[in-house]
Write a protein of this length. Structure first.
Length: 414
């Protein structure tokens, strides 16, 4: 299946919308910190707050949205979240043009965008499960993963050139427009989405906010996968800032070398996502999940040996290539495995809880590793994260579990 038409017109529009917004996101990669530094003359603490505090607050805002999304048609929610992100981001260039842009506004926009991102991901996963039959979910998730890594390769260089020519605010405009185009694409999908069954209670209760976590923790397969993913993603992202300090500061790499070290290996994610479905078809999803999840954990510890010059640059590229390739295989299989293990009427709440935890753990571990980097030095802190990553495969599900497909009614694809 090389064409989106094999999965239907509706999926083709959804895939195109995803690719458009993903490209916009990577075009604007790093724009907020640059605006804070260059335009608002913010200090290191304020810049760090944009990623850590903004992500944590956005995750907190998104908590009640998971149960809210569950009992509504998902396509209007997707369109709404795209429009929310479009409007929020567009306030940045508007305020800049009027000369009233402030750091508080940047922080508030980052919170709104983070919350909308989580809600969009939860709704899109739930919508995908009703849009396609179970046997096509891995194909669809592999295409999303492939698109994500493709935009990772081409987005930052193009965004960097645009920032150099027009300034960081211009890339925020491009990101905002990408969400508008995504909303239009999802609107153009057409078709009738079935209305979810409403719960008995008319109003949301406080306990409903925890439904997603309860479902995950009660499932013997989802629970270990949940903890492994949260810890792995948090530790990998926590070392990014320290690696930048080590490479750009102590080891004297040029900014273009630093960018190349992370942009070029993204090709590994593209290759890995292309192999995910053939490998799962041959060896089974669970075996691929465990093997890829184990292999992805062994690479990061190699960064402790990073040195200056060409050898150091090649080391970083090799480590990142191996790590990203394994993630490219793991991620679509994990996403499919998770959808297949989750009841249709619980998908939005489960994915929302999953995304909230991932964002929160990443923000917290980033803050902790920032302190460790200051106390122990960036190289030691990076090595410590690499050692801890070696333990994450122990959290993966040990045995394959049956899917819920046979016990659920067939999804409507009108």
């Amino acid at each position: 299946m090389r064409s989106g038409h094999r999965l239907g017109r509706q999926f083709g529009w959804l895939w195109g919308a995803y690719g458009t917004s993903a490209l916009g996101t990577w075009l604007a990669f790093g724009a907020f910190p640059l605006i804070a530094i260059q335009v608002l003359h913010a200090g290191p603490a304020e810049v760090a707050a944009l990623s850590s505090v903004g992500a944590l607050a956005g995750a907190a805002v998104a908590v009640p949205l998971g149960p809210w999304v569950e009992f509504r048609r998902k396509r209007p929610v997707l369109i709404g979240m795209d429009l929310v992100r479009f409007a929020a981001l567009l306030t940045i260039p508007a305020a800049f043009a009027l000369g009233v842009l402030s750091f508080v506004q940047l922080l508030l926009v980052s919170v709104v965008v983070a919350a909308a991102d989580i809600t969009f991901r939860a709704a899109s996963g739930a919508y995908l499960k009703t849009l396609l039959p179970a046997e096509h979910l891995l194909v669809a998730n592999a295409r999303f993963e492939s698109t994500a890594w493709t935009t990772t390769v081409i987005g930052p260089p193009l965004g960097g050139a645009a920032i150099g020519l027009l300034g960081p605010v211009a890339t925020v405009v491009a990101d905002a427009v990408s969400y508008l185009l995504s909303a239009l694409g999802i609107r153009a999908m057409g078709g009738q989405e079935p209305r979810p069954e409403r719960r008995q209670a008319a109003r949301m209760r406080a306990g409903d906010l925890l439904d997603g976590w309860r479902y995950i923790l009660a499932d013997a397969t989802l629970r270990p996968l949940f903890f492994s993913t949260a810890v792995f993603n948090g530790l990998v992202m926590a070392t990014d800032a320290l690696l930048a300090v080590l490479m750009l500061g102590q080891l004297g790499f040029a900014p273009w070398q630093y960018g190349l070290a992370f942009a070029a290996p993204a090709i590994g994610g593209l290759l890995g996502s292309r192999l995910a479905r053939p490998l799962a078809s041959r060896f089974g999803q669970h075996r691929v999940l465990v093997v890829a999840g184990t292999l992805r954990a062994i690479w990061a510890v190699g960064l402790v040996f990073l040195g200056p010059g060409t050898g150091g640059l090649l080391l970083v590229m090799g480590v990142e290539l191996g790590l990203i390739f394994c993630c490219g295989v793991f991620n679509p299989v994990c996403a499919t495995y998770r959808l297949e293990r989750t009841a249709t009427d619980r998908v939005a709440r489960t994915l929302s809880a999953w995304a909230v935890t991932t964002k929160a753990s990443t923000a917290l571990l980033t803050a902790v590793w920032g302190v460790l980097g200051s106390v122990l030095g960036p190289r030691t802190a990076i090595g410590l994260a690499g050692v801890l990553l070696l333990a994450t495969p122990l959290l993966l599900p040990r045995r394959a579990a049956a899917t819920l497909a046979e016990t659920e009614p067939a999804p409507s694809r009108t």
